[in-house]
Each structure stands twice: as C-alpha cells, then as structure tokens.
Write a protein that binds this ligand. Structure first.
Ligand SMILES: [Mn+2]
Length: 310
C-alpha cells in the first residue's frame, strides 16, 4: 500500500501569490508561516524557488516552514546552486565560485535586492540552499531539476549518501568547468546540451551568442537536432535539421516517473510522456504555476496536472 502520496510543484521563482493559491487548490491549509498538507500527502518542490519574482522571501518562508513540519521536500534548482556559488569565495581567494559578471549579477539582482545583499538573512537563506539535495528518488517517483541521468545521480549519491548536504570540496569542484563534479551537477540542474556544428550559433534571450543548444534529453532518438532543441519557434531555424548525435546520452525514461522543472515550457500544461512531466510552465513570465497530484500511479495521466494562473 502507498504510504505517502506526493504533490510535485514546478519552479516558483518568487511567485508567492500563485503558490498560495495552488496549495489551497490542492487542499493544503495555511498553518503558521507555511501550509499543512492533506493527510497522507507531501509537497515536493523541483527547485528554482528564487530569482525574478516579486515575493521570493515569502516563497522561501512558506517552503522552509513546510519542510520543517514534514509537509514538503525540496530539491536544488540551478538558481539556488548559483546563489551559493555567488557568495562562496574560491579557495585561492581569486573571486567567487560564480563570477560576478554583468550577466550573472543581472540574473540574481532581484533576489539580492529583496534579501539585502550581504545581510544576515542572505547568509541564512544561502546556508539553507546548501542542504537541499540535487536529486530525490522517492521510490514511486524521481525528482530532479533538469535531467535525471542515472550516472550523474549515482555520482552524487556516492559522494552524498541519502541526499545529505554536498560537502565544501564537492561544491568547489562543481564550479570547476570540466570536472566530473561539474558535469554531474551541471547535467542534473541544467540539462543536456549539444554543441552546434561549425558555423552555427544563435542569440539567447539575453542577447548572448551561443554555440550549444539545450535539447530534450527525453527526446525520441529519431528526432532531428532541430526538433529536439529547446528553443522558441522564432529561433529554431538557427539549428540544423541533422540527426541527433549517435552517442547522445539520455532518452525516454524507464522505471518510476520522473519530474523536472527548468525548461520554461509555454502554452497549456501537458505531460511530456507517461514517464516524464516538466512542471515549469513559465510562472515567472506570466505562465501558470503547475503541480502534478501523484497518487501512486506508474504511468502519469494528464488529468492529474493542476495549476494556478496569474
Ligand atoms: Mn527555473
């Protein structure tokens, strides 16, 4: 018999109003600073609680209170990871793990403004981010921010059994481009990227020239690179219609269903497959905040998707 059922919740990005409405819709009841889960249920947040939105501290307060009360679990998104790297100095003292370039400062500016950069609250929240696991295997469901890639999950599990907080050494290694720790963390939190052939490039939403494109790691291997690319329709033509690389890892997940966030999906919420749901439908850009009400099923059904609109 199923001991506990889960309500998986997508990237909140500081949208406290949407989160409160979604939780109420799911039968959660306001209690203290957070919300109490219905009997036999628990919320699971897929990461990216912060950055962009207007009420990031309220979101953190709700989610942490729920976690402390046993009403929620939370994994790390790339925005929490970046927040840690932003304040953590490199071992040799030459700046921070995540550089303070104009692009990276801009991405994080709203969180820094709301929390007060360098304040006691800033330190406290970043310390809390450090204890969040990078992936959770709950038996009937698996949760990761961007890509459930078993070798990466196993690498994290070996270093940090049972989802224990990542060590200082691991954290520093995870910000050294090219290291195995960097690969694993980058993959789990940011997904799978493919290098474009020579001569191809596109500009991302920030106007930065990119030579690598993010692809659906779950994509059918018969798709072209263009069809597997996670790009807005207006930019797809920058990606050639060539087959996906033969040695590309990933593919349709098998086993327990996987839940991710991260991908800024647009339009009406839908499942990616019976084994995969992306719950990020761009709540930070006017889209709905999406949840999946999981009751123990091995195959996901779209009627279990729930959401709150702006
Ligand atoms: Mn996100």
């Amino acid at each position: 018999m199923l001991e506990i059922a889960y309500d998986l919740i997508g990237d909140v990005h500081g949208q406290a109003g949407l989160l409160e409405r979604l939780l109420e819709q799911l039968g959660y009841v306001a209690a203290g600073r957070g919300f109490k889960a219905p009997a036999g249920r628990q919320a699971v947040f897929v990461g990216d609680l912060i950055d962009r939105g207007p009420q990031q501290l309220r979101v953190l307060e709700i989610v942490r209170a729920m976690m402390d009360a046993g009403d929620a679990r939370v994994i790390m998104g790339n925005h929490e990871l970046n927040a840690i790297g932003y304040v953590e100095r490199k071992a040799d003292g030459s700046g921070f793990l995540r550089e303070h370039s104009p692009e990276k400062v801009a991405q994080h500016a709203e969180f820094l403004r709301q929390v007060g950069e360098g304040s006691a609250a800033h330190k406290e929240w970043v310390d809390w981010f450090r204890i969040l696991p990078l992936a959770l295997d709950l038996g009937g469901v698996r949760v990761v921010h961007a890509w459930w890639h078993q070798p990466y999950v196993d690498a994290i599990q070996r270093a940090h059994p049972g989802g224990s907080p990542i060590s200082q050494d691991f954290l520093h290694a995870a910000f050294r481009k090219g290291s195995s720790e960097w690969q694993a963390v980058e993959g789990l939190c940011k997904g799978l990227e493919v290098r474009l052939p020579e001569g191809y490039a596109f500009e991302d939403h920030g106007g930065h020239r990119r030579h690598e494109v993010r692809v659906k790691w779950w994509a059918d291997r018969g798709l072209s690179l263009r069809d597997a690319a996670l790009l807005p329709a207006s930019q797809r033509h920058f990606v050639p219609e060539i087959p996906l690389p033969a040695d590309l890892p990933g593919g349709e997940p098998e086993g327990a269903p996987v839940f991710v966030g991260h991908y800024w999906m647009k339009g009406a919420p839908m499942l990616q497959s019976a084994k995969l749901a992306c719950l990020d439908w761009s709540a930070a850009k006017g889209g709905p905040l999406v949840a999946y009400r999981w009751d123990g099923e091995a195959e996901l059904v779209s009627s279990h998707l729930r959401w709150a609109d702006h």
